[in-house]
Design a protein around this ligand. Structure first.
Ligand code: PEP
Length: 257
């Protein structure tokens, strides 16, 4: 155990659609998905469609408890940044959350820990809840550098926020080797990483911050492994890629107790 007393932390089930689903596909998803999750009273449900489908998702989710997230934001509030979207634009479009620092953006768009902290701050200023992603890649795990990498990503990213800012974010531990690969971390591996991250939070902020922060696990979460993962007290929910695209499989994940 981490020695950090757990506090009641409400589960969050978030879907990241990446570059999938048009307007009409988004409407069809919600028409099938919402009746399958009922009021989903035991958790928060978040879906991150691509920018062009946010309006359709917000409209379709109206009256439900499903929150809509952006998949990315810019670190500036506005300006000459062709192709980018600001946090305020996401808020006006109806988003309440935004994914920050996803490994695909770190890899393909060269986002650094500093950019991650700046984007998180911009999101918070606009009133969004950032879901800040971090995680080691396969060579880093294989060479025993997982904790070093997590600590570095934490300190340079969410750990660079103020304590007040930090109290308003979610963290997603996403080992890169498990994303889109079908290789889920075992519940024990995931829990150990979450415990370590909670320790980082305690060292940087306080025992209260460590006990309160919600840390989601992401990496090949599926209906058939969600129960084992959620049985770990350290895991406060999941960030789901591939399995969130199908209404039936994401509903099964959301409904897991
Ligand atoms: C993700 O992209 O955040 C993710 C966890 O993807 P997948 O569930 O497909 O591994």
């Amino acid at each position: 155990m981490s020695g950090i007393p757990s506090r009641e932390r409400r589960r969050v089930m978030a879907g990241n659609w990446k570059m999938h689903k048009t307007h009409s596909e988004t409407r069809a998803f919600f028409a099938a998905f919402l009746p399958m999750i009922g009021d989903a009273a035991h958790c928060d449900v978040v879906i991150a469609p691509p920018f062009t489908s946010i309006a359709a998702a917000v409209e379709a989710a109206k009256g439900s408890r499903v929150a809509i997230a952006g998949q990315n934001n810019h670190w500036q509030m506005e300006g000459a940044f062709t192709g980018e979207v600001s946090s305020a634009m996401l808020v006006e479009a109806g988003c309440t959350h935004v994914i920050v620092g996803h490994s695909e953006r770190r890899q393909y768009s060269h986002e650094t820990d500093d950019i991650v902290s700046q984007k998180s701050r911009a999101a918070l200023v606009a009133g969004l809840t950032p879901i800040v992603c971090l995680g080691e890649n396969f060579p880093e795990r294989e060479t025993g550098r997982t904790q070093e990498v997590l600590s570095q990503q934490f300190i340079g990213g969410p750990g660079a926020l103020t304590a007040e800012e930090f109290s308003r974010i979610l963290i997603a531990y996403e080992p890169v080797w498990a994303i889109g690969t079908g290789r889920t971390a075992t519940p024990e591996i995931a829990a150990a990483a979450h415990r370590f991250l909670r320790q980082c939070v305690r060292d940087q902020f306080s025992p209260e911050a460590a006990a309160g922060v919600r840390i989601l696990y992401g990496g090949s979460v599926k209906p058939d492994n969600i129960q084992g993962l959620m049985a770990q007290e350290e895991l406060d929910g999941a960030l789901v890629g591939g399995a969130s695209l199908d209404p039936r499989s994401f509903a099964a994940i959301v409904n897991a107790k």
